[in-house]
Design a protein around this ligand. Structure first.
Ligand code: UFG
Length: 339
């Protein structure tokens, strides 16, 4: 059972490759290494005892993408992670984001059609809900106008997929991630942002290890219990396991429609200060932080209603916020001790 994982050397991709291999799938990774390191392949091999096949090229390249699929027409499915994902950068460089995220998806869809590969799992985001009117947010919640070009690429991608399914043999599952954090328990793979991290937990762990002076907490005047913004943080290994479940659902023909959407969250909302407190507890040290003004484009609070995913997929996130922070901290320490 061969699966293509695009973006398989990235953060969520690498954790998913590990889970796939541990469940007996053969994995082929395509990645252009624009935001990841080739050494991740070695780490995956160390964890699983199996080396995934790896090809380095850019899926925006139509000819290379078609050529890849013509050589791998025995694929049982594709999990498409490869995309740019920095919200702020997408505001600065909208066309770079639209070209990269949309053209690569369209190339993959065309190649899947011509090589008769049927099953696509697509990396989507809770960003499509914006600030939901009702919490927790279910898959039935309306799509709100995107706050950023990045968010818009996720909305448009879901639409491109749905339109494509209407006139082809393809089936697709869109997984809408809430906030993935944490790292594999081996501390051999984890999140590795280039430059200054945008996201909360990498910024916390980099501050704790001494790479950053201080964490800025963006706003304490939100309408939430402690005034800081609330998110649904989910352990990346829980998230990765949901992809394996989704792939099996497609291969075993258990889908109810040829396009399905699932929220991947825990159902729990935690504030920025609660994340910091949990980190301080598991790391056994205080974190240097200060409250600053809100960050443009942030929503106040969002957490998932995961009941549809729990019931339909038979999947449920298992790991607590403390476990997420502990694994992120273990990874940061292990990585920095070697680099
Ligand atoms: N935060 C800080 N300080 C930081 C970084 C983040 O206080 O240095 C706060 C943010 O303001 C937010 C929370 O921590 O309240 C989480 O921020 P992240 O940047 O970690 O995550 P976001 O919720 O902003 O972003 C995530 C994904 C995006 C996706 C977005 C949709 O990373 O890909 O959810 O809301 F678009």
């Amino acid at each position: 059972m061969k699966i293509l994982v695009t973006g398989g050397t990235g953060y969520i991709g690498s954790h998913t490759v590990v889970e796939l291999q541990q469940q007996g799938f053969e994995v082929v990774i395509v990645d252009n290494l624009s935001n990841s390191q080739v050494s991740v392949i070695d780490s995956i091999e160390k964890i699983t005892g199996k080396r995934p096949h790896f090809e380095e090229f850019d899926l925006v390249d139509y000819v290379k993408t078609l050529d890849f699929f013509s050589r791998h027409s025995d694929l049982k499915g594709v999990i498409h992670f490869a995309a740019f994902k920095a919200v702020g950068e997408s505001v600065e460089k909208p066309l770079v984001y639209y070209r990269n995220n949309l053209v690569s998806l369209m190339n993959i869809l065309e190649a899947m059609i011509s090589s008769k590969v049927e099953n696509l799992v697509f990396s989507s985001s809770c960003t499509v809900y914006g600030q939901p009117d009702v919490l927790p947010v279910s898959e039935k919640a309306p799509i709100k106008k995107a706050e950023s070009p990045y968010g818009n690429t996720k909305q448009i991608s879901e639409e491109i997929i749905q339109d494509t399914l209407k006139s082809s043999h393809l089936k697709a599952i869109a997984l809408r991630y809430f906030n993935p954090i944490g790292a594999h328990e081996s501390a051999l793979i984890g999140e590795l942002p280039l430059g200054v991290p945008n996201n909360l937990v990498p910024f916390i762990t980099q501050t704790a290890i001494g790479l950053r002076k201080q964490l800025s907490v963006f706003g304490d005047d939100y309408n939430t219990p402690d005034g800081t913004a609330v998110r649904d943080y989910i352990h990346v290994v829980d998230l990765a396991q949901a992809h394996v479940v989704a792939v099996k659902r497609m291969i075993e023909a258990k889908m109810k429609h040829n396009f399905e959407i699932f929220n991947l969250g825990t159902g729990n909302g935690y504030s920025v200060l609660e994340v910091i407190k949990s980190f301080e507890k598991v790391a056994g040290m205080p974190l240097n932080y200060q409250i600053v003004s809100r960050r443009a484009g942030d929503v106040e609070q969002v957490w998932a209603d995961p009941s549809w995913s729990n019931n339909e997929l038979g999947w449920k996130a298992q790991k607590s916020l403390d476990e997420m922070n502990a694994s992120a901290w273990k990874w940061e320490k292990a990585y920095r001790s070697q680099h």
